[in-house]
Design a protein around this ligand. Sequence first.
Ligand SMILES: [Zn+2]
Length: 307
Amino acid sequence: MNSLISTSIPLVFHPIYSQLSLPGRHRFPIQKYQGIRDRLGQLKVPDKAFNLPEALEIEDLLKVFSPDYVRQLTQGQLDPKAMRRIGFPWSAQLIKRSLTAIGGTVLTAKLAFEAGKAINLTGGYHHAFANFGSGFCLFNDLYLAALHMLQFPGIDKVLIFDCDVHQGDGTAKLAANNSQVFTVSVHGEKNFPHRKQISDMDFALAKGTQDGEYLDTVDCALHLAANTFVPDAVIYDGGVDIHVDDDLGHLNISTAGVYQRDAMVFAFCQAKGLPVAAVIGGGYQRDIGALVDVHLQLFNAAGVIPK
Ligand SMILES: [Zn+2]
């Protein structure tokens, strides 16, 4: 009989992450979250490693997002154009799912503070601004998690390190006037959003960028950010839409390259003694099994499962 892997790395998951019906051929791979959970189970990660998040309260949203936007979106009264910009049809389940996913990233920040690192099996809603959502993002979990992290003793500065292929435009804008939250985005120059915001540091990579240049850039970004800002904690978006097989991303990063990137970020945080809360971020492939393989690199790199 195989023994269970003993992992001390807290994971955060709720079945609702994948419980949303979307129109046929909708490009969002909503099943991937449950797919990752199931695969980790098959790899003998014990059930007790998974922490169940609660939906974030509306009052917590109001600290960051505009009251009109929060009310209209949660009550299904957002105008159709603003809803189309988000990219999901409105449903009560969409709201419940999103608030639980965001609650998951906030819980991940707390668990990372306690355990050194933690991973949410969703998250990375970085295109959400204070008064509108966009690109499959309703409310910005990364910024909320950074604010949550700042409540803990000894945490005065938080770095949001975003390696999703799409620029973290909403995060950049939300954090622009907050000197305690520092934003770094390493993304595809030609990828959405076409009108970029200004992060504290932006690294825009050309179409077709491959592993060597990509990993050099991430390494440079990490060192520059750490030296300039000297953070006390990190929120990491490990989006895998940088992968060569991704339907949306314009970069050509291999599965090994994804692993090396994630391993580099975790090793860096560990060497500096920085708690790191990671989210899986974007990743778009019709073949859910293949997509799960790429997302699993984050868990390999964190030491949740052996490589
Ligand atoms: Zn993305």
